[in-house]
Design a protein around this ligand. Sequence first.
Ligand code: 5GP
Length: 251
Amino acid sequence: MTRRKKLYEGKAKILYEGPEPGTIIQYFKDDATAFNAQKKATLEGKGVLNNKISEFIMTRLGAIGVTNHFIRRLSLREQLVREVEIIPLEVVCRNIVAGSLATRLGQEEGAPLPRSIVEFYLKDDKLGDPMVTEEHITAFNWATTQEIDDILAMTLRINDFLSGMFGAVGITLVDFKIEFGRVWEGEFSRVILADEISPDSCRLWDTATGNKLDKDRFRRDLGDVIESYAEVARRLGIMKDMPTVIQGGLH
Ligand code: 5GP
């Protein structure tokens, strides 16, 4: 038996060396953090739910031509993904005012935006993920103008698709954060969607009641975090694949 090599441990995931070159195993932890890890907890079942929800979303996105790193799910908490050269940006897309947009610019949470807004943040915990402009991104070589164009086009396509997908099951996609990576084909590189898409990285509101079904339940101490993630899985029709212990937690 050999121990597999840990490549990186983040706040919610661990990355291990994959079985073939160019692959990585993404392990979903139950740990939750907020406010740059000043608030921490372990939420039993979160990793299993996010692994499954992210698999579902990445598979759907792949089917409509949004190339992404997902290869296949390996177990309850693990998925095999393509190794990418990570682009050090968090790309946020917003449809409704919430979170930092509300606080930073003094806007009313819940107000619909006249058109979707895309923002870029530098992935740097020490700096608290500061917002950056396209000029910063090209000046410091985090991505090229061509890559930024590709990222913007893919982000808006993802937003359209996910808004429709969640809308169909009574969930409003308020905003979300995604990450991209570079893959090389000979001397050419291409930008593909990476990381995860789950209730940890989206704001999802029940369209009928306005109830939050996402990580804001943890950030704002609203309770029922796992029950809300499970409700998202149930509405997407993937709850039946969950272990009974998680299904049992759903009221
Ligand atoms: P805000 O800028 O309002 O705090 O976040 C906008 C959206 O991006 C929300 O859906 C939020 O969950 C997501 N987001 C922003 N930063 C992070 C982050 O560091 N980790 C995760 N998981 N999501 C984030």
